[in-house]
Design a protein around this ligand. Sequence first.
Ligand code: AMP
Length: 120
Amino acid sequence: MTFDYDPQNIFARILRGEIPNKTVFESEHALAFHDIHPQAPVHVLVIPRGSYVSLDHFARDATPAEQVGFFAAVAEVCRIVNVGDGFRAIANSREHGRQEVPHFHLHILGGTQLGIMLPR
Ligand code: AMP
């Protein structure tokens, strides 16, 4: 599998500071910000700073430091937005996953009782 990264995607532009974002947390390896169209009271996106298209790309090619740094950011976000009652993490990937932005991101959704995982 080859992963072609588009450096003009909107999250790449956010990482370069070309587009503003509502930052929740940032570190050497990751940035977390509020989704512009929240689908739950808590809806934060966590993205790595590296150029990875999707979860499977990140899991295969990111360095151990990038992977540890990313998940440390996820832990910080969960603490900051206070999802102690539970949350859902979603990584839409490519066409069947209906991924819209081709830079790996994890949606952190919570703050309410969420619906079923997938519509039937
Ligand atoms: P996905 O379908 O998993 O690729 O989701 C992309 C998400 O990015 C959607 O939930 C959008 O609302 C969100 N999004 C798109 N542009 C921005 C932006 N400029 N700032 C914050 N979130 C955004």
